[in-house]
Design a protein around this ligand. Sequence first.
Ligand code: AMP
Length: 188
Amino acid sequence: MSSRIILIGPPGAGKGTQAARLSEALGIPAISTGDIFRANVKGETELGKLAKRYMDAGEYVPDEVTNSMVADRLAQDDAAVGFLLDGYPRTSAQVDELDRILAAEDTAIEHVVELTADTDEVVARLLARAQTEGRSDDSEDVIRHRLDVYEEQTQPLTDIYRSRGLLRQVDGLGDVDDITERILSSIR
Ligand code: AMP
C-alpha cells in the first residue's frame, strides 16, 4: 500500500475527519497545516500570532512561513514511513516546495485524493461546525471568502496532479464510513 498521500478539497469537504481515519487505517501520520497553525495560535507562539491574522481573515498564511513549517514537520521521524497531508499544498509555490523536499529524500507523492463537495453543502457544514466548535474563521463572510480563495488558488493544483497521473477524485458527500472506503479503494 502506498503511503505518501495528499488530501485536497474545499473547506468543509470533510478532509480532517477522513484524514484521522486514513491515518489510522494506513498507519501513517496525518499532517494538517491548519491544526499546526491552530496549536500555535493556542500556544500564543510567534508563528501563531503571525498566522492568526491571516486565518481570521480567511486568507492563506504566506508560503515561506507555511513551507518552512512543513519542511520541519516532514523531517520528523514518524513521517519516514509515509504521511497524509491535509491542507497542504494549497498554492503552486507550495507544490514546488513539496516537490523539492521530497526529491531531496528521493521520494515522491503517490496519490492525491480530491474530496469533492458542492458549495451549498460545504457552507452548510461549516456554519454547523461554527456553532459546535466556535472556530474564529467559521463566520459566514469568512467561509465564503475561504471558498473563493480555495477556488482561485488551490483548485488549479488538481490539474497539476492530474497531469502527473496522481489525482483520484472521491465524492465527499454521504456516509463517513463509505467515504473512507471509497478513498481507500481509490488508492489501492
Ligand atoms: P484548514 O484547517 O486546513 O481549513 O486551515 C485553516 C487556515 O489555516 C486556512 O484558512 C489558512 O489561513 C491556514 N492554512 C492552513 N493550511 C495552509 C496552507 N497550506 N497554506 C496557507 N495557509 C494555510
